[in-house]
Design a protein around this ligand. Structure first.
Ligand code: ADP
Ligand code: MG
Length: 339
């Protein structure tokens, strides 16, 4: 494969297990170590300049996938290629250097900023880490510029996080992620913790910055309308696995996986008027400590047949670039018809 045609990011069979904490009930039930299968065998690619939206219920493994890609959490298995580099094979020093090019914007702009540091220190730190500024004065100049770029004022540089609103704090988090001029950003629910009135401004800022700075995003959200608005392609995650992925129009207007169909049916504005039907997913997301056999969605799937309980579906390409992991996807039945 030549460099020109390679995607910016390629994730191959990535898994991340956590050692689960034992509750009293588990202690009585067994003595085996508990494994939380947070991300299981995920493969995906992101082209340079693209936004891949990642959607799924809370707890399905979205943040874990984002962090495992950046090795903020060490993957348990699989590979991550960034450009021509095998990220999973890098030593500590090389990984540190690569972090200049791969960054993350966190969900919570309160927890993710050190309250005892000024904006100059918070946003300036990556400049010193990566040798992009030699002196404090040089760093202050660069920080002042990026503050303006994210919609803050250069004269706010000596303030502390508590002196800003939630939306402004997220702008500081964005400035910190972008100050080293990275190429790839994991946006981990960057607007979910903000007031609804602020969300659109921050989304617009992220879109403007993407265009101006030539960025590529993995954009994580549990909000389908946000994902539909900004993504080129969408990946749908359920219990640590990607169950459907493809171009945004194809996946959101013709969802082929019953889980995606259920998610879509809960969003009123994307339904055609007059045929609004809600499919209520029964039960909670099963525990990744003890995932269901076969297709992991079978315990909640209105279309499940016997085969789904025993045999995990393979991922199939149903249309160009649109892949689905469901035994019944080719039948064309939908959960709406069943409801
Ligand atoms: P999402 O971002 O989609 O809400 P997460 O990636 O945060 O999901 O979590 C996926 C699963 O992994 C959940 O069951 C969660 O409880 C578990 N998990 C996340 N982080 C840890 C951790 N550090 N230790 C143990 N379990 C974790
Ligand atoms: Mg999360």
């Amino acid at each position: 494969m030549t460099h020109d045609t390679a995607p910016l990011l390629r994730v191959e069979n990535l898994s991340k297990n956590y050692l689960g904490r034992r509750t009293l009930g588990d202690r009585i039930a067994g003595t085996e170590p508990l494994t939380v299968r947070a991300v299981n065998n995920v493969s995906l690619e992101i082209e340079r300049g693209e936004i891949l939206g990642l959607i799924g219920e809370s707890g399905c493994g979205k943040s874990t996938l984002g962090r495992a890609i950046l090795r903020l959490h060490e993957p348990s298995a699989g590979k991550v290629w960034f450009g021509g580099t095998d990220v999973t094979a890098l030593g500590a020093e090389e990984l540190k250097a690569l972090r200049r090019r791969m960054q993350i914007i966190f969900q919570d702009p309160y927890a993710s900023l050190n309250p005892r540091r000024t904006v100059a220190e918070i946003v300036g730190l990556p400049l010193f880490l990566h040798g992009l500024a030699k002196t404090k004065a040089e760093a202050r100049d660069i920080v002042a510029q990026i503050l303006e770029k994210v919609g803050l004022k250069a004269n706010q540089i000596d303030r502390y996080p508590h002196q800003f609103s939630g939306g402004q704090r997220q702008r500081i988090g964005i400035a910190r992620a972008l100050v080293s001029h990275p190429e790839f950003i994991v946006c981990d629910e960057p607007v979910s913790a903000l007031d609804v009135s602020i969300q659109a401004q921050i989304i617009q800022l992220l879109m403007d910055l993407k265009r101006d700075m030539g960025l590529t995003y993995l954009f994580i959200s549990h909000d389908i309308s946000v994902i539909g608005y900004l993504s080129n392609r969408v990946a749908v995650m359920y219990l640590g696995e990607i169950v459907e992925m493809g171009p945004v129009d194809s996946v959101l207007s013709r969802p082929r996986h019953p889980y995606t169909q259920s998610l879509m049916s809960a969003v009123p504005e994307v339904d055609e008027p007059g045929r609004h039907q809600r499919v209520r997913l029964t039960g909670d997301l099963p525990s990744p400590l003890n995932p269901p056999s076969g297709c992991k969605f079978h315990t909640r799937c209105p279309l499940a047949i016997d085969r789904c309980k025993s045999e995990a579906p393979k991922t199939e390409m149903l249309e160009p670039g649109h892949q689905v992991a469901c035994h019944r996807a080719h039948e064309g039945v939908t959960v709406l018809e069943q409801a």
